[in-house]
Write a protein that binds this ligand. Structure first.
Ligand code: FE2
Ligand code: FE2
Length: 141
């Protein structure tokens, strides 16, 4: 994702929304598989969901850190603290995704995975709000 479109609240926000909606659908599907006792299918869904977080939200985060965040701080050094906080949110999501990948290695589909999916969703929702309301709003160039 290139820099300019991430600077626009509308296009940036739609990237967030699309990824989050898909992530929530996969989380719900995982829960349904568990409830239906479909262990194998649950594992497959968890694998797809984790890959989804990696290829969408975490890739997006990487692009922000390499482009948008750097540019914003260069333009407005006062944004450095906020950018550090937003980067910490990315790190938390990375840590949770790593934890999930390790859990998947054990080939055990359990309810703890749902808590981890929910943690990702909650952190991402708060993070996206802050990107929109604190980083981009009033700072668009
Ligand atoms: Fe972000
Ligand atoms: Fe973002």
């Amino acid at each position: 994702m290139s820099g300019p479109s991430l600077k626009k609240t509308e296009s940036h926000s739609s990237i967030h929304e699309a990824a989050l909606n898909e992530a929530i659908e996969l989380r719900n599907l995982y829960q349904k598989c568990l409830e239906d006792g479909e262990h194998e299918k649950a594992l497959q869904v968890a694998e797809i969901a984790i890959e989804h977080w990696e290829t969408r939200t975490l890739k997006h985060a990487e692009a922000e850190e390499e482009g948008l965040y750097k540019e914003m701080v260069e333009e407005k050094p006062a944004l450095e603290k906020l950018v550090n906080q937003l980067t910490r949110d990315h790190d938390l999501m990375r840590r949770i995704v790593e934890d999930m990948k390790e859990r998947l290695q054990t080939q055990k589909a359990d309810y703890r995975m749902i808590s981890l999916f929910d943690s990702l969703v909650i952190i991402d929702e708060i993070h996206n709000e802050d990107e929109m309301n604190k980083l981009l709003t009033n700072n668009e160039t």
